[in-house]
Design a protein around this ligand. Structure first.
Ligand SMILES: Cc1ncc(COP(=O)(O)O)c(C=O)c1O
Length: 384
């Protein structure tokens, strides 16, 4: 059975070049980077080379990179590393749960949190950030690109608000790294999270950029690894893989691979909208990362659509989450003002480097008929 994977915002397949770079570090080059003998020195040198590659992707110094176990840990390190009881934090209603649930936990610890609303494109208004500032505001955390719709937030403007107010600014760039150029100086952020498995690197591997001079409390206590910002022996193969994936991602800005991805995304979107009525693109009027398309097909249930497409060999996703037996509509789509039925009728397509035009042809051959069949079963479509 043919299987096509259009769910790269969930995770991407690791590139063979990334795995080949990692392979020796599982076997012959296995040293502990803190050991002073030959094996340790070799591992340390490799870790520092990978740190430089990641720093190049973000436009920062190598010493400003802290390796973590992924985007979730990077977000948590930024948030818990800075905010303490009595502080105020500003975030948005459309953040990933790695930020939202960390902020909820902060509230239980005596931190005040403002969850800013967004407009119909899921954009945060930098003026709202400014208005939300208080004398005790310690941190602003607004994502660079949204994982569900791909919308790119006005990060540079928010960075200006943060620097004028002398407040720390963290951005979750997990869905932006490797898809749009990142330059921490231009963005004006003090902290920025990335995750390897969203750009064809290893799962369970990420990094936090921490601007020089920003003092953060660690999440873990132990040895003095990562300049005392993240205790625990380094995930050597993971770090090597992240470094290699960062190098390849940098290449994507010049080698045409991102343009190719955007062309496939745009063709998928345009053809679906042409062939299917009562459908539209969420965040379609705003700047988005090139690989993501979130489309509502009114009168269908997204979960049923994901299952029906999976049975035909196409992997996509909804932003919906199943909590306590009920399908909750996505918090991102509802914050944008979509009614719950439309939020539940939305599907996310996300393209990766592994995808080809033939994959898009396959998707286009199965999606319209699946929507039509699900709508035949829908009581609301018949009466519409
Ligand atoms: C925007 C965003 N932030 C954070 C995360 C968490 O990253 P990780 O899976 O590396 O923990 C994700 C993963 O889906 C994400 O999309």
């Amino acid at each position: 059975m043919q299987r096509v994977y259009l769910d790269s915002n969930a995770t991407t397949p690791m590139l063979p070049e990334v795995f080949e770079a990692m392979r020796p570090f599982y076997f012959d080059e296995f040293g502990n980077a803190s050991s002073i003998h030959h094996h340790g020195q070799h591992a340390r040198a490799a870790v520092e080379r990978a740190r430089e590659s990641v720093a190049r992707l973000l436009g920062c110094r190598a010493a400003e990179i802290v390796f973590t176990s992924g985007g979730t840990e990077a977000d948590n390190l930024a948030i818990f590393g800075l905010a303490n009881s009595g502080d105020h934090v500003i975030t948005s209603q459309v953040e990933h749960h790695a930020v939202l649930n960390a902020c909820k936990r902060l509230e239980q610890r005596g931190v005040e949190v403002t969850y800013l609303p967004v407009d119909r494109q899921a954009l945060v208004d930098p003026e709202d950030v400014r208005k939300a500032l208080r004398p005790n505001t310690k941190l602003i955390s607004i994502m660079t690109a949204n994982n569900e719709t791909g919308v790119v937030e006005p990060i540079e403007e928010i960075g200006c608000v943060a620097s004028e107010a002398d407040v720390y600014f963290h951005t979750d760039a997990v869905q932006a790294a490797g898809k749009i150029p990142i330059d921490v100086k231009k963005m004006g952020c003090d902290l920025l999270s990335i995750s390897g498995h969203k750009f064809h690197g290893p799962q369970g591997m990420g990094a936090l950029y921490v601007r020089r001079g920003t003092l953060i409390d660690p999440l873990f206590y132990g040895g003095n690894h990562e300049r005392q910002r993240r205790a625990g022996n380094e995930n050597l193969p993971g770090i090597i893989g992240l470094g290699r994936a960062a190098e390849i991602a940098m290449g994507g800005f010049d080698d045409g691979s991102l343009k190719r991805i955007q062309k496939m995304r745009d063709r998928l979107e345009a053809t679906l909208l042409q062939q299917i009525d009562a459908a539209g693109v969420n965040s379609g009027a705003a700047k988005r990362v090139p690989n993501t398309s979130n489309i509502f097909f009114d009168h269908i249930e997204g979960e049923a659509m994901v299952i029906a497409l999976d049975l035909k060999g196409l992997a996509v996703s909804t932003g919906a989450a199943c909590s306590s037996g009920a399908i909750e509509p996505s918090h991102v789509l509802t914050a944008m003002g979509l009614p719950p039925e439309r939020a539940r009728a939305s599907i996310r397509f996300s393209i990766g480097k592994h995808n080809t035009e033939a994959d898009i042809d396959f998707a286009l051959s199965v999606i319209p008929q699946t929507v039509a069949r699900l709508r035949e079963l829908s009581p609301t479509y018949a009466s519409a």
